[in-house]
Design a protein around this ligand. Structure first.
Ligand code: NDP
Length: 493
């Protein structure tokens, strides 16, 4: 069985309390690893190690080193993809085909942010008088990365790659449900040449290790992905310490099917949006809006498509839907299915759990749903989606925007003018047209409203992991003494 220890200053250690908790395979209920229960003391040591490494190694100053190491880390990740894919599928229950497709892209993040180091310059803003003025981009210092279970490596990579590229040191608190692969990424970072102490990892519970990290006064930034309530707590703590915050939080993504859409593409896209990762993604298409003229036909075809999805063992290549992550989530999702029925929505397909081992729930489609129902508003985070009816475009915009969340939406239409106009009116940070859940390291990712603050991916994210120093150089030929009384020039100080 795999043992996940605390990783501090480049070494694995037993946690202060010498206690470990089980990591469960959600497909079987078996314990597949035990992870260190890191506490406040472990976080303290990890932050101390990160501060020391930031000050005493060349990491923060040596861009060439960071460029080489990040590219080497991309290579090592590629070499280890098979092991990581199998492990991550066992830990999250995500079907192996999905996991392969997702993890194969991870090296791109390290390569993209390495290339930013070679291309991203600073500037020389105009300055009145005889001065040369230039900016320097420097790392923030120690950054806390707090990550969820649904994409353990992808989400960590989205934070770690820009944080390291910008020259910071990090302390990572991975999800208690999925700490194994983040720990391996720490080892690979060391093997790639990241100096000891620049990457530290403390597995543990959110309420203890996560809280201790987000409230630590030595952090310059906290970057969290998680639920909206978690994000609020972390942002409040970081705000008190005047640390920067990035928070990628919950979602309730809408899928907008316009009357001119190619219905087959819209059905396939909706099934992908709703059921990829067994519905456990922040951009899950959980509200599908279809014009009243096509509602019945769409629903019939969508149900037919969903019937064909294979629920089962995530390790089998043909599996489309795996188990949900934990017993707690399993019960929560089944509760929401009951809430939907109690609210008066009808099940068009699914709605039940599967007998036997593992936390399996059928892909579930609700019809006759109203926008105010809890199943249309709350993030369920499972294989449950709602199909809603609309009659006019203005009603569609109001309905789609009628949620507290604002992470992502997709628009399905063949009328390019209408699709673009609509995209401009939607309250979400990411809009796909004729697609759903596409991502790239160079393309900004972040939520509006209660879905978060800050960005992942893109040059802007790299910039957010650094700060600017302005250097103003006096090149006047005459020396200056204000107190000799001769100066006539304007002065703004
Ligand atoms: P949680 O909010 O439960 O946890 C996220 C992380 O925060 C975990 O490491 C958790 O530890 C930790 N944590 C929990 N409470 C605290 C606290 N008080 N202080 C500090 N840290 C804490 O999210 P899940 O892991 O359940 O992930 C699912 C959520 O993540 C969904 O809401 C989903 O929408 C969101 N998400 C958002 C994405 C985006 O890009 N916007 C992408 C992916 C997911 P522990 O594991 O021990 O609880």
């Amino acid at each position: 069985m795999k043992k996940v220890d605390v990783f501090i200053n480049g070494e694995f250690r037993t946690p202060f309390l010498n206690r470990y908790f089980p990591v469960i395979n959600p497909a079987t209920g078996d314990v597949i690893a035990e992870a260190a229960e890191g506490n406040e003391q472990d976080i303290e040591w990890a932050v101390e190690s990160a501060v020391k490494a930031f000050r005493e190694t060349t990491w923060a100053h040596d861009k060439e080193l960071r460029f080489r190491v990040l590219n080497q880390l991309a290579t090592l990740l590629r070499d280890n993809l098979d092991e990581l894919t199998e492990l991550e599928s066992n830990i999250t229950g995500r079907p192996i085909r999905e996991m392969k497709a997702q993890l194969a892209r991870l090296p791109e993040w390290f390569e993209f942010f390495a290339s930013v180091l070679k291309t991203h310059g600073t500037d020389s803003p105009p300055f009145s008088g005889d001065y040369i003025n230039y900016t320097q981009r420097i790392p923030l210092g120690v950054v806390g990365l707090i990550t969820p279970w649904n994409h353990p490596l992808l989400i960590l990579t989205k934070k770690l790659a820009p944080a390291l590229a910008a020259g910071n040191s990090v302390v990572i608190k991975p999800s208690e449900s999925a700490p194994v692969t983040p720990s391996i990424l720490g080892e690979l970072a060391k093997e790639a040449g990241v100096p000891n102490g620049i990457v530290n990892i403390v597995p543990g519970y959110g309420a203890v290790a996560g809280k201790a990290l987000s409230t630590n006064k030595n952090l310059a930034k906290v970057d969290v992905t998680g639920g909206t309530e978690t994000g609020r707590h972390i942002a409040a703590a970081a705000g008190f310490n005047l640390a920067k915050v990035a928070a990628e939080l919950g979602g309730k993504a809408s899928v907008l099917v316009l009357p001119d859409a190619n219905l087959e593409e819209a059905v396939n896209g909706s099934a992908f949006a709703a059921f990829i990762a067994t519905g456990q993604t922040c951009v899950q298409g959980s509200r599908i809006f279809v014009h009243e003229s096509q509602y019945d036909e769409f629903l019939e075809r969508f149900v037919e498509k969903t019937k064909g999805l294979k629920v089962g063992d995530p390790q089998k290549l043909e599996t489309d839907i795996g188990p949900v992550i934990s017993e707690k989530q399993y019960r929560r999702i089944l509760d929401y299915i009951q809430i939907g029925k109690d609210e008066g929505a009808e099940i068009a397909f699914g709605g039940k759990s599967l007998d036997g081992k593992g936390y399996y729930i059928e892909p579930t489609i609700f019809k006759n749903v109203h926008n105010k129902m809890r199943i249309a508003q709350d993030e369920i985070f499972g294989p449950v989606t709602c199909v809603l009816k609309y009659s006019t475009t203005s009603e569609l915009i109001e309905l789609a925007n009628g949620t507290d969340m604002g992470l992502a939406m997709s628009v399905w239409s063949n009328d390019i003018r209408q699709a673009h106009n609509l995209a401009g009116k939607l309250e979400a940070g990411i809009i796909w047209i004729n697609d759903h859940h596409r991502i790239d390291p160079s393309s900004p990712w972040g939520g509006f409203k209660s879905s978060g603050i800050g960005l992942e991916n893109s040059i802007k994210c790299f910039e957010d992991y650094s700060k600017i120093r302005n250097v103003i150089v006096n090149i006047q030929e005459k020396s200056f003494d204000w107190f000799d009384g001769s100066a006539q020039v304007k002065r703004y100080s």
